[in-house]
Design a protein around this ligand. Structure first.
Ligand SMILES: Nc1ncnc2c1ncn2[C@@H]1O[C@H](COP(=O)(O)OP(=O)(O)OP(=O)(O)O)[C@@H](O)[C@H]1O
Ligand SMILES: [Mg+2]
Length: 418
């Protein structure tokens, strides 16, 4: 784990210097600011979002406790070490209730500080494993391959299945389609959020993201003007995504089909890149180019998940051929359902809502299950279907078919009997 960034707030200069000296001696923490005034510190914390804060409670206790509560309600994974000369049980309990996770007595001793920082480091390791949102980017360097279809349906199914809040971002900044696919008319877009990054907090984002129907799915649409897209920098995107990770369980990004700096920034910070392809030579060749670039970028193999879209069985090129050509395993296959997908796009209703029983909808549910590790009741339904068929006595029908002695039927019957 890299150095933990920390902010120190203490109105008393000598006590602040003592804390800074201890932090420097202990070593694995990087001080990014020390403040006499807690309100100035609050603004910095909201912007820089350091994982660690030392917060003195000796003066202005009520305001200090309110500030701690405000910080922890927005920045849930922050580790606040409260400190005071007073060791009254009431104060300790109040600070913990407001969200502080450690309490030290002033003047702070080195051993105590060391213990608190180690505790913070361990807590952060656990938080990183469990509570940070996952970023999934849907990418292909070829247009029209099904990125938006996958991104919208996956986002919707993850919302339904996991009960987590999901953010769907249109980073196809010049030709985004998410608003059209979902038939929404967002009041704000990513350019608006990025020009107000200094105001970035949970309540600002909630008012700027478009909620999809009554679901916990929040959309950040592409800007209406191409000029606005140009003004967005890769640093802005990185800041925004880091923030969104603390607010959402899943962040699904629909990307553009080029290797521009913004797209690469988002691929860099993604937990998984869903590299979408079709089973045909041009698509496989393009995919090879992507994989070779990802190798040069030293992306972990496991980060790249190949997704075959518009899959048809008995294709001339098999999935084994594709895997061999790409020396990469295929993670998922989405069936070809042209009319269903076109109808859903034209109506502005995701296929997962328009036709919940279709193969392709079930496929998206299965994908959401695989990614989240949560199972839907689909398995039960499918077992029931099988159970229903198994109750039918098919033997008389099969006997009749055998009597007909047609080659195609015989082939089918032989396969069934094997
Ligand atoms: N599983 C599928 N089965 C059949 N047709 C599909 C499937 N997925 C996508 N399509 C078709 O492919 C077209 C392109 O899909 P989509 O817009 O999702 O691709 P995209 O990669 O986002 O395109 P762009 O590069 O323009 O953003 C759709 O209009 C749809 O008709
Ligand atoms: Mg698209």
């Amino acid at each position: 784990m890299s150095q933990l960034q920390m902010v120190v707030i203490d109105a008393d200069e000598s006590s602040r210097s003592n804390v800074i000296r201890l932090i420097e001696e202990i070593g694995f923490v990087e001080l990014i600011g020390d403040f006499e005034n807690m309100l100035t510190a609050y603004d910095v914390i909201m912007q820089a979002r350091p994982p660690l804060v030392f917060f003195d409670l000796t003066e202005n206790i009520d305001l200090a406790l309110d500030t701690i509560e405000k910080i922890t309600s927005i920045h849930k994974n922050i580790f606040i070490i409260a400190a005071s000369e007073s060791v009254e049980a009431d104060l300790v309990i109040q600070s913990m209730r407001c969200g502080a996770r450690e309490f030290l007595v002033k003047p702070v001793a080195k051993d105590d500080m060391q213990r608190a920082l180690k505790k913070a480091r361990n807590a952060m390791r656990q938080d990183q494993d469990t509570s940070e949102g996952k970023i999934f980017s849907v990418f292909s360097n070829k247009g029209g391959i099904g990125k938006t279809t996958l991104a919208t349906n996956l986002a919707l199914q993850l919302t339904e299945l996991t009960g987590e809040k999901v953010c769907l971002i249109d980073l196809n900044l010049q030709m985004g389609d998410i608003a059209t696919f979902l038939d929404i008319n967002p009041s704000f877009d990513i350019a608006y959020v990025i020009t107000h990054l200094s105001r970035l907090d949970e309540s600002f984002l909630h008012s700027s993201l478009e909620k999809y129907k009554d679901k916990d799915l929040f959309i950040l649409a592409d800007p209406p003007d191409i000029e606005q897209a140009e003004e967005i920098s890769s640093d802005d995107i990185s800041t925004l995504l880091t923030f969104l990770k603390s607010m959402f369980g899943y962040i699904i990004i629909d990307t553009s089909s080029s290797f521009d700096v913004k797209t690469l920034t988002c691929l860099d910070v993604s937990d998984y890149i869903f590299l979408v392809l079709m089973v045909n030579l041009p698509s496989i060749r393009n995919c090879q180019k992507c994989l070779s670039l990802f190798k040069r970028l030293e992306y972990d193999e496991d980060k790249i998940r190949l997704i075959v879209n518009r899959y048809v069985e008995d294709d001339e090129i098999t999935t084994e051929d594709v895997e061999e050509a790409l020396t990469h395993e295929i993670y998922w296959k989405i069936p070809n359902s042209y009319f269903a997908v076109m109808s859903s796009i034209n109506k502005g209703i995701p296929i997962s809502e328009l036709d919940t029983d279709s193969d392709i909808s079930r496929n998206f549910i299965r994908l959401a299950e695989k990614l989240s590790g949560i199972s839907s009741n689909l398995a039960g339904e499918e077992e029931d279907d099988e159970g229903f068929l198994s109750k039918l006595d098919l033997e008389p029908v099969l006997e009749k078919l055998r009597e007909m002695n047609l080659p195609i039927v015989n082939k089918f019957l032989n396969q069934q009997e094997q």
